[in-house]
Write a protein that binds this ligand. Structure first.
Ligand SMILES: NC(=O)c1ccc[n+]([C@@H]2O[C@H](COP(=O)([O-])OP(=O)(O)OC[C@H]3O[C@@H](n4cnc5c(N)ncnc54)[C@H](O)[C@@H]3O)[C@@H](O)[C@H]2O)c1
Ligand SMILES: [Fe+2]
Length: 446
């Protein structure tokens, strides 16, 4: 519960303090119960009526952290202005080979030079960034006496930039910082330009790094890792290959769903989570068919951004806790793994309490009529529909049906399950899951 205590201690008192009773439901959906199954102070739900009432939710303290955001097609140049505002003279531009080939870092270099800044480019990151890559990036940062980090890339590049910033301020080895708020000293300013519509790393307090000694991905979490400025330019999304668009869109969907049902959700995060779910449901497929269409790319950029705002404040759940282990073992696209796992985790979480999944189903286009109070049976239908809809979308996007198709074997499952239990994201999953539950979920997803 360390993570839950951490995210609640600054005012998100849901788990520690519980809620007061209240007649009206201030949640944006207003149509179903915001619930926190299994959280210690959860209010009891009337049993046996066969109806799911909109659960009273009291106004409670909620802290919501967010970087400065510049959003819109053509906004890339703003990243240089932001770096200048943050005092950059010798910024490090972190990127990777794929982005260099797409040409976006070159454009930003020109903008930085126009602003009188002498940037050092470092592109030694690979997908699922490795601990030793971050050490190398830190060395380059020190050698060039850089002062600000600017990143153009997907979640891997952005996480690498965060890792470099963390080491620049604190020294040491990146894996020492696994967990919550382990960094003590201030870190250099960060400007992030996401090039994929998925991770939300440009607004999040997470940094996910592959620990190459243990073959797992570690989660480093802390408010200091929230970037100073996020510049979201949907033009950058047009050079993504289809598989990456599909994977990152499913990642954003997983962020929205896990944040909405998280034990640490609050009304501020709910709003962004549902909006992200609805935008992915409405626009991801269209971006696959019309990759150059600005409108749908802009909607997907907004989806990733809002999903990021939701999950960085509400944290995630079992799908991510499990996905990190598979991604660390097999170095596969994070969003593809999420897409395979998510329907199984939705069913697991909805089984004891489907109500919270009704607004999710509605955001995805559930055709059933749902009022403020719906029957238990209808809530179960909605949750099952949502799980099937996620799988339908994954099928449309060409995501493999099971983990075995991407190289996971039955022999891997015990280790993957044990390691999942230590992942920070599991502590905010709405339903308690022990090691046997996690292994059963892995078997279902195999
Ligand atoms: N920090 C967080 O909050 C957070 C959240 C979710 C996921 N993640 C992490 O993010 C990583 C995944 O990031 P990702 O899915 O964005 O992909 P990625 O950064 O791993 O990039 C994958 C590949 O796509 C290429 N690419 C990216 N954008 C491109 C573009 N616009 N045009 C052409 N090529 C492009 C890259 O060069 C790279 O080769 C994982 O390590 C995951 O764990 C972090
Ligand atoms: Fe993710």
């Amino acid at each position: 519960m360390v993570l839950v205590e951490s995210v609640t201690r600054a005012g998100q008192s849901m788990v520690v303090c519980g809620r007061q009773s209240r007649e009206d439901d201030p949640s944006p959906s207003g149509s179903a119960a915001p619930s926190t199954p299994h959280s210690p102070a959860r209010p009891s739900r009337p049993q046996g009526s066969g109806h799911v009432q909109a659960e009273p939710e009291s106004p409670r303290l909620a802290k919501f952290h967010v970087p400065e955001i510049v959003f819109g097609p053509g906004s890339l140049a703003e990243a240089a202005h932001a770096a200048a505002r943050l005092g950059a003279r010798r910024p490090m531009l972190v990127t990777d080979e794929g982005l260099l080939a797409a040409g976006w870092p070159d454009q930003l270099l020109h903008h930085l030079a126009d602003g009188g800044m002498d940037a050092t480019v470092w592109s030694g990151v690979t997908p699922n960034p490795k601990d030793h890559e971050i050490a190398a990036g830190h060395e380059a940062y020190r050698a060039a006496q850089c002062d600000v980090l600017v990143a153009v890339g997907g979640g891997s590049v952005i996480d690498a930039a965060k890792g470099i910033a963390l080491l620049a301020g604190n020294g040491g080895v990146i894996t020492d910082f696994e967990g919550v708020d382990r960094m003590v000293a201030p870190i250099p300013p960060m400007v992030m330009v996401p090039a994929t519509s998925g991770t939300g790393a440009d607004v999040s307090q997470f940094c996910i790094v592959t620990d190459t000694l243990r073959n797992t991905k570690i989660t480093i979490l802390g408010r200091a890792l929230v970037p100073d400025v996020s510049v979201v330019d949907p033009h950058l999304l047009t050079t993504m290959p289809d598989w990456l668009n599909a994977a990152t869109g499913l990642d954003a969907l997983t962020h929205g769903i896990e944040a909405y049902v998280s034990r640490a959700h609050n009304p501020l995060t709910d709003h962004h989570a549902l909006q992200a779910i609805s935008l992915v449901g409405g626009h991801l497929e269209r971006t696959m068919d019309h990759p150059l269409e600005q409108e749908s790319r802009t909607h997907m950029a907004q989806a990733a951004l809002e999903a990021g705002l939701a999950f960085t404040n509400a944290i995630l759940g079992a799908a991510h806790a499990m996905s990190h282990q598979v991604g660390g073992l097999l170095d596969l696209p994070h969003g593809v793994i999420n897409g395979i796992l998510l329907p199984h985790v939705v069913r697991f979480n909805a089984a004891p309490d489907p109500a919270r999944f009704v607004p999710i189903a509605q955001a995805l286009g559930f055709p059933g009529e749902v009022g403020r109070s719906c029957s238990q049976a209808l809530a179960e239908d909605a949750a099952e529909w949502a799980a099937c809809e996620v799988r339908r979308l994954a099928d449309e996007l060409g995501v493999p049906k099971g983990l075995s198709e991407i190289g996971v074997t039955a022999e891997d499952l015990p280790t993957l399950s044990t390691m999942t239990m230590a992942d920070a994201c599991l502590s905010t999953n709405p339903r308690d899951a022990d090691r046997a539950d996690i292994e059963a979920l892995f078997r279902q997803a195999l």
